[in-house]
Design a protein around this ligand. Structure first.
Ligand code: EPS
Length: 376
């Protein structure tokens, strides 16, 4: 079984991940992991923290001479900002009277976390709840991307809406290649310009923005997931994994919520015979029927809420004094939709690799590739 676990606080020394269950002899390209880490840091609307960090992965275990051994892989991404935070974050004695946060931010984990973990300083909550943790999840997800690629499966995505500017066009997988070179990962340059202007206005107003990302999985054979056991459905597994990403409030597959508003004849993808094959002319199901991949492209969308740290501060209550106040205004991003897009892609890669290994089993790449190629 393929599993992952991460540790690390936003301003602690480093983020780490252990990935258990990768087969042996998977080729690992650290330069590719670093490219996805850099991509996660890019995009219009990021804050000053990204000028401090230059995320790079270090592999501590599980890989020898650029190939996995079949043992747990340990990944580390250091936080450069720790140099500025060591006096307040050190595990071996820290000044906990400084950098306190008690003016809890609506939308963040601050208030509920304080109560649940019996703390008086929301620093002890937000450091882990922070989306900084996703850096190492992207590193681990890129290992899963390499695994999928070895089977001929590709994953890519783009920003479909940001700050209220939405792109309703449908793009082919090929049209989306290279979309991350654009500052907002939006294929339509006119909409991208409008969205940048909107983000500028939102920054001026000391507010924040969210958006919608779409991720596609291209080339996956049919039959991954299950129609027999509800806990093993592919759509449920992907949606659960993506909902586990900070700030995600909605996930849909294919037509998603829009399917509920149409008659069946305008939703279900009719099947035609073509040279002995079963073909579709539409993909409203988003590549998943009955909880299983059906061989069409998987189309998954995720909605990201606006970042909860607003420079103008929302109304709240000071946890220490019980007085009404404005929420704390930590340095933050105005919009992190591009980071979100990379994180959703990486998470989909990992969740999908889990399902592939669940069905195929196998300890080394040779037997797994052979089993995959044998599938109809
Ligand atoms: C975050 C707050 C900001 C973001 C951070 C997520 O961090 P800081 O308080 O250090 O400025 O920059 O995201 C990252 C550091 C990152 O690498 O994505 C939050 O509260 O979630």
């Amino acid at each position: 079984m393929l599993k992952w676990m991460t540790s690390g606080e936003s301003h602690g020394r480093a983020l780490t991940a252990i990935v258990e269950g990768l087969p042996s002899n998977l080729e690992v390209d650290t330069a590719e992991i670093d490219r996805y880490l850099a991509l996660r840091q890019s995009g219009y609307g990021r804050g000053a923290r990204q000028k401090i960090e230059t995320d790079r992965v270090r592999i501590l275990a599980g890989v020898r001479d650029r190939r996995t051994l079949g043992s747990p892989v340990c990944l580390v991404v250091e936080n450069k900002d720790y140099a500025n935070w060591e006096p307040y974050m050190s595990p071996y004695g820290a000044d906990v009277t400084a950098r306190r946060l008690t003016r809890v931010r609506p939308g963040h984990a601050d208030l509920t976390g304080l109560r649940k973990y019996d703390q008086t300083d929301a620093r002890n909550i937000l450091e882990r709840a922070s989306a900084r943790e996703t850096a190492v999840r992207v590193a681990a997800g890129t290992l899963a991307r390499m695994f999928l690629r070895a089977l001929g499966v590709e994953v890519n995505g783009y920003v479909r809406a940001v700050a209220g500017i939405a792109d309703e066009r449908e793009y082919s997988f090929d049209e989306l290649r290279g979309v991350q070179e654009n500052e907002l990962f939006m294929p339509d340059t006119v909409l991208c310009k409008q969205a940048k202007e909107r983000i500028d206005a939102i920054r001026e107003a000391k507010d924040t923005a969210g958006g919608i990302v779409e991720v596609r999985v291209h080339g996956l054979k049919s039959g991954f997931g299950s129609c027999m056991s509800y806990g093993e459905k592919l759509d449920g597994h992907l949606a659960g994994a993506v909902m586990g990403i900070q700030a995600i409030k909605g996930v849909e597959i294919g037509l998603g919520f829009a399917a509920a508003m149409r008659p069946g004849s305008a939703v279900h993808d009719e099947i035609y015979p073509e040279n002995g094959k079963f073909v579709r002319r539409t993909n409203n199901a988003g590549g998943i029927e009955g909880g299983m991949s059906n061989g069409e492209e998987i189309v998954l969308r995720a909605a990201m809420k606006p970042i909860p740290t607003l420079m103008r501060g929302l109304n709240t209550v000071d946890y220490e004094t019980g007085e009404a106040c404005r929420a704390a205004t930590e340095r933050s991003d105005v919009c992190a939709i591009c980071a979100c897009e990379v994180i959703v892609e990486s998470t989909v890669c990992f969740a999908l690799a889990q399902k592939v290994l669940e069905r195929l089993g196998g300890d080394n790449m040779r037997e797994i590739v052979a089993r995959y190629n044998d599938l109809i």
